[in-house]
Design a protein around this ligand. Structure first.
Ligand code: GDD
Ligand code: MG
Length: 343
């Protein structure tokens, strides 16, 4: 049996993507043609998940507004909004308890059996069925997806043996050392017994507390995969997550220019995404960039490795380069030059 229920963590502040996350949570930012959360939920739905509880904190209303029918990415959505941030494990416990008591549906507690838990900013083509199979074969309490990473310093570093048993889990190992290896991909299969290990009523980190304890007991396992995986939570990785979906690096490839965008015939668009209502005028050049809905790129402007926010305007002949993030409605004057930074 594969799990029917999942908890997706989407309550973070999205600090690294400000100013784009000032008006909306990170998971509502679009990746090519739909919000990040829809890509995440669709991956679970493809695995047989019917019921997803979104664990929310920051700007929770954005989700209800976007999915008034309670359906998203092929699954039913419910929401568990924390009164205050509870950390990654505290949030999972809170969401599981809320779903058990608050749904008014028949059928009891969906988290009294094996379930999925995911970080809500992870896009992957990894084989979730293999993760589940390893979990079941080992009788694990928790099994996590891991992927290889040259610099693990902004991730959780996972050491496991040939059977997959995790001997050590180190969250955000100090950079400088030899921190390359298999990292926590933020995709978990969990037994309900894990919930019992999470102290209620306070902020608890899955990575720094719960997994460390489960590993110590010898019941944390890891699947190694080198499938496509990205955490879309930084400016560079948000750009990359978009570009990868239009340039053939994923299991599916989407169109780079929305049918509802207006692009001049002689504009040049290379490894970039132009979303609905956006316009790119004559002679403009885009590379490695994302133009969010309603963004406007003036004639002859150059935009490289940057994000142009909702309804933002890059004036004619302007240059926006080097991982610049333009917020909603921002204007870059004609001929102005920006190199990195946020506005
Ligand atoms: N509900 C809730 N409450 N959600 C939270 C909270 C909270 O207090 N804190 C973070 N989140 C959500 C975020 O919205 C995100 O979807 C997910 O939890 C992970 O938080 P991030 O802030 O994105 O963590 P990270 O990327 O630095 O590190 C995590 O992900 C890496 C892989 O992408 C860790 O799990 C690492 O071990 C892992 O390698
Ligand atoms: Mg993240």
């Amino acid at each position: 049996m594969s799990p029917r229920s999942a908890i997706v963590l989407a309550g973070g502040l999205g600090t690294r993507l400000r100013p784009l996350t000032e008006e909306r949570p990170k998971q509502m930012l679009p990746i090519v043609d739909r919000p990040m959360i829809e890509h995440v939920v669709a991956k679970l739905a493809a695995e047989g998940v019917a019921d997803v509880v979104l664990s929310l904190g920051y700007r929770p209303d954005a989700f209800g507004a976007a999915y008034p029918s309670g359906r998203c990415g092929g699954a039913g959505l419910r929401y568990a909004t924390e009164p205050e941030p509870l950390g990654t494990a505290g949030a999972v416990l809170f969401a599981a308890r809320r779903a058990a008591t608050g749904n008014g549906e028949a059928g009891g507690d969906p988290f009294a059996e094996t379930f999925w838990a995911l970080n809500g900013d992870v896009l992957t083509d990894a084989p979730l069925g293999e993760l589940l199979a390893l979990h079941q074969a080992r009788g694990a309490e928790a099994t996590i997806l891991t992927i290889p990473m040259a610099d693990a310093s902004r991730y959780g570093l996972v050491e496991s043996d040939a059977s997959g048993r995790v001997s050590q889990f180190v969250e955000k190992p100090a950079s400088g050392g030899a921190a390359s290896g298999w990292i926590n991909a933020g995709v978990y299969v969990l037994e309900p017994s894990v919930l019992a290990r999470i102290p209620p009523g306070r902020s608890v980190s899955m990575e720094r507390e719960t997994f460390v304890e489960v590993a110590r007991r010898g019941s944390l396992y890891a699947l190694r995969s080198d499938a496509y995986w990205i955490d879309a939570g930084t400016p560079a990785s948000y750009l990359q997550a978009n570009i990868d979906l239009v340039s053939g690096r994923r299991a599916i490839t989407l169109g780079a220019v929305s049918p509802q965008a207006g692009v001049a015939p002689d504009a040049e668009i290379l490894d970039s995404v132009v979303m609905e209502r956006a316009t790119v005028e004559a002679g403009a050049r885009l590379s490695g960039s994302v133009v969010l809905p309603g963004g406007r790129i003036g004639a002859g402007a150059v935009v490289a490795d940057s994000v142009v926010g909702y309804d933002a305007v890059v004036g004619p002949g302007a240059r926006v380069l080097g991982f610049t993030l333009l917020g909603d409605g921002v204007t870059v004057a004609a001929g102005e030059s920006l190199q990195g930074g946020r506005r």
